[in-house]
Design a protein around this ligand. Structure first.
Ligand code: NI
Length: 186
């Protein structure tokens, strides 16, 4: 088990386009996946991409168990996506909160397609193809953005909806707080 430092926004490695994985079911790949899950959990996140630990390969992991979801967002089974490709389904979009382990302390609302089809490979080389919607689709899009060198702040449309989490919390009336960040840090 190895918990890695997570690169923070400002490190140029976060803005590189990651290379595809060419060999599956290798010791190195399984070790990388394990380290990504360990690092994600240690940081309390719900997703992590290899470039966030300085590995410029197209590998992302995510997963939200019931304890992590805490009734505030849906659960998602632990998933590994390698060389993922995403295609939006339809034209519908949602705007919702996101946060990122590489942008600690902040959150913002981001518009994204609300239904996607994705194709990716598992570490053993098996092909995955699924259609997902809502929070699940948002997490995948956020993680796959990391593989293109994109961090969510670059997708902010309304700058009043981007800021420090504790400032948002302090500004909202406790009895009148209707919005909870749907997305965990990733
Ligand atoms: Ni992120």
């Amino acid at each position: 088990m190895a918990i890695h430092n997570i690169l923070r926004m400002g490190d140029p490695r976060l803005f590189q386009v990651a290379a595809p994985v060419s060999r599956f079911d290798t010791r190195e790949l399984h070790d990388l996946v394990r380290d990504l899950f360990d690092t994600m959990r240690a940081a309390g996140g719900c997703g992590l991409a290899a470039p966030q630990i300085g590995v410029s390969l197209q590998v992302v992991v995510f997963g939200v168990d019931s304890a992590r979801a805490a009734g505030q967002c849906p659960t998602i089974p632990d998933t590994v996506l390698i060389n993922p490709h995403i295609e939006p389904l339809g034209t519908g979009t949602d705007i919702d909160w996101e946060a990122c382990l590489s942008v600690p302390g902040l959150r913002g609302r981001v518009r994204r397609p609300n239904r996607i089809r994705y194709r990716a490979w598992r570490p053993d080389g098996q092909l995955l193809e699924h259609e997902v919607a809502g929070f699940h689709a948002r997490v995948i899009q956020h993680e796959c953005d990391h593989l293109q060198g994109v961090l969510y702040p670059s997708r902010i449309e309304d700058w009043q909806s981007f800021g420090f989490s504790d400032a948002f919390d302090a500004a909202s009336e406790p009895d009148n707080r209707t919005e909870v960040p749907a997305s965990g840090r990733s």
